[in-house]
Design a protein around this ligand. Structure first.
Ligand SMILES: CCCCCCCC/C=C\CCCCCCCC(=O)OC[C@H](COP(=O)(O)OP(=O)(O)OC[C@H]1O[C@@H](n2ccc(N)nc2=O)[C@H](O)[C@@H]1O)OC(=O)CCCCCCC/C=C\CCCCCCCC
Ligand code: LIP
Ligand code: MG
Ligand code: MG
Length: 217
């Protein structure tokens, strides 16, 4: 849903990207540093119960994930390596954010139930991304759906921020929403792939999806 704001985010973050480029910073450095910041911020702050503080730190670093690609496109250095580094780093950052919230529920709230819901949000979120990555590796088109990554991050971060300010049950509601919407997104994406695979081209065309990779479709 938030994907439509990508152009707007480029407009807002353009000056930051150009400043970093002028100072000789590469997109890969921004990707790696941003991921490290997300991981450290989430895993240090959330299990301690420092929720709003953790959200502010994580938000600063998660925004760098919009800046790295913008820098690469601005300098004409966008590459398959950059795409690979960016996507695989995102998985680690996401795991730290949801893992941090899981540890918060387990150790600060003593709630196995909500820790399990956070785990479900983590698993369905990573599954969503994997479905897209695997589908694209087989030559299918796949993406979008109810809760893509930016949507998932905004839901968990807004929920944690408000919970940190003392709003009751908002983090629980956010985690439940995430678990459900991410699961729906998995099925939406699987259905996208199934339609292509079982359609006339996917089933019959030996030059269609999957053929180039020597994989069964
Ligand atoms: C008073 C103070 C209040 C403070 C309140 C704080 C509360 C904070 C709460 C929430 C904020 C959360 C914000 C988080 C937004 C997350 C957005 C996000 O995840 O963005 C990531 C994606 C970027 O995706 P990706 O990495 O795939 O794209 P890139 O552009 O990087 O391109 C990748 C290609 O680039 C090349 N490449 C990359 C790297 C590299 N090293 N080399 C390369 O070559 C390569 O070709 C790659 O393929 O961004 C998006 O998806 C864009 C859309 C996101 C729009 C987000 C808009 C946020 C909107 C709302 C925030 C609501 C806040 C509400 C606060 C309410 C508080 C009560
Ligand atoms: O698939 P998803 O998680 O909703 O959203 C995202 C993809 O659209 C993007 O291509 C990739 O770089 C990110 O790491 C993330 O995976
Ligand atoms: Mg990025
Ligand atoms: Mg990314």
């Amino acid at each position: 849903m938030l994907e439509r704001f990508r152009a707007l985010s480029h407009l807002v973050l353009g000056p930051v990207a150009r400043w970093l480029i002028r100072h000789g910073v590469s997109p890969d450095v921004v990707t790696v540093a941003g991921t490290a910041g997300v991981v450290l911020g989430a895993l240090i702050c959330f299990p301690q119960g420092w929720l709003w503080q953790g959200v502010l730190i994580v938000t600063v670093f998660v925004v760098s994930d919009m800046i790295d690609g913008l820098m690469a496109k601005t300098t004409g250095t966008a590459s398959p390596w950059g795409a690979f580094l960016d996507s695989t780093s995102d998985r680690l950052g996401d795991a730290a954010v949801f893992g941090g919230i899981l540890l918060f529920f387990a150790y600060r709230q003593d709630s196995t139930l909500w820790a399990a819901v956070a785990l479900a949000g983590l698993v369905f979120g990573q599954w969503t991304s994997y479905v897209k990555a695997r589908a694209e590796s087989l030559g299918f088109t796949c993406g979008g759906g109810l809760a893509a990554r930016a949507d998932r991050l905004v839901i968990v971060l807004v929920g944690a921020f408000l919970a940190g300010l003392g709003v009751p049950y908002v983090l629980e509601a956010a985690m439940a929403l995430l678990a459900v919407t991410s699961m729906i997104t998995v099925f939406q994406r699987i259905e996208q792939v199934r339609r292509q695979a079982k359609g006339p081209r996917g089933a019959q065309d030996s030059h269609g999806p999957g053929a180039a990779h020597g994989q069964p479709v």
